[in-house]
Design a protein around this ligand. Structure first.
Ligand code: SF4
Length: 305
């Protein structure tokens, strides 16, 4: 309770009362990813029923972005399941980003690992935010992913920062990690200099066919603790309840808001997993006296792809 009080006090000192950002996301290139993130249904290594699709074209994406704008969105996020985009992928993404920007929307993307020249190209195309998650603490990382190193993630985050793009970076709770690993994740995030503008905290969605499908569910109160510590250590970040909100229920979500969460993923679907429906979210926010601000931004379970 002491942690909740402190988190709420920090929250009130930095954010307007009751303001919740509503974030949504379009998967512009789904599935077929060569990475082996143990939580992810989009990995080509796991049999999850997610089919690999091609990158969407400019018309399809602009149509979706326009619809989002008409619904009140101010930012539009595009996710693609790549390990690390090739330069020709960056060219195609740059076209999409410029087209979305031309509609008068802020832009956000999550495309996997970036080299510095690629981050600069995306910035030139008009990218405002980049999502790339650290997933967990460095000490637990090899239990979750073996196809890349923690340092690879940190390098991409540095390239994004150096290019002048805002950073969205968080992780996942409920992958079998110990409390010390959750603390380690938050410590990593809070010690990025500067810390991310957006911090998505996911509760693992246990997708059948993924290696982490049988993970022990996290105690909901431990999830709330993670939110509270994120708020206290990163007072000016948007702390986002992301994947796995469906399984938390209204009461735990209310505690998360009390602990300082001020952004939620909104809409029926994240990249490939389910999300509470819009009607249920509207009712929940109304019941709690919170006000949603539409804003299309990023992140499903981790990645950055
Ligand atoms: S989380 Fe991202 S990098 Fe990992 S398998 Fe999924 S799409 Fe690929």
């Amino acid at each position: 309770m002491e942690l909740l009080w402190r988190a709420q006090a920090t929250h009130r000192a930095h954010w307007p009362q009751g303001d919740i950002e509503l974030a949504t996301l379009l998967s512009v290139k789904t599935g077929g990813c060569p990475e082996n993130c143990g939580y992810c249904p989009q990995s080509a290594e796991f049999d999850t029923g997610v089919k690999a699709e091609k990158l969407m074209n400019v018309q399809e994406v602009t149509q979706a972005a326009q619809a989002a704008k008409d619904a009140g969105a101010t930012r539009f996020c595009m996710g693609a399941a790549w390990r690390a985009p090739k330069d020709r992928d960056i060219e195609k993404m740059s076209e999409l980003i410029t087209a979305v920007k031309d509609l008068g929307l802020q832009t956000c993307a999550t495309l996997g690992m970036l080299q510095s020249h690629q981050a600069l190209a995306l910035k030139d195309a008009g990218l405002d935010y980049y999502n790339h998650n650290l997933d967990t603490a460095p000490e637990y990382y090899s239990d979750v992913v073996s196809s890349r190193q923690y340092q690879d993630r940190l390098d991409t985050l540095r390239h994004v920062r150096d290019a002048g793009i805002n950073v969205c970076c968080g992780g996942i709770v409920g992958m079998g990690e110990a409390p010390v690993h959750r603390a380690g994740l938050i410590a990593q995030l809070a010690n990025l200099s500067p810390y991310p503008e957006s911090v998505p905290i996911n509760s693992l969605v246990r997708v059948p066919g993924t290696p982490l499908a049988d993970s022990e569910p996290v105690d909901p109160l431990d999830f709330v603790r993670v939110i509270a510590v994120a708020r206290i250590t990163m007072p000016k970040a948007r702390v986002r309840l992301s994947a796995g909100r469906q399984q938390l229920g209204d009461a735990v979500q209310a505690l998360c808001f009390l602990a300082g969460a001020n952004s939620i993923f909104y809409g029926d679907k994240l990249l490939v997993t389910g999300n509470p429906d819009v009607e249920a979210d509207t009712q929940l926010l109304a019941k709690l006296g919170l006000k949603g601000t539409p804003n299309q931004t990023t992140t499903e379970t981790a990645c950055g792809a």
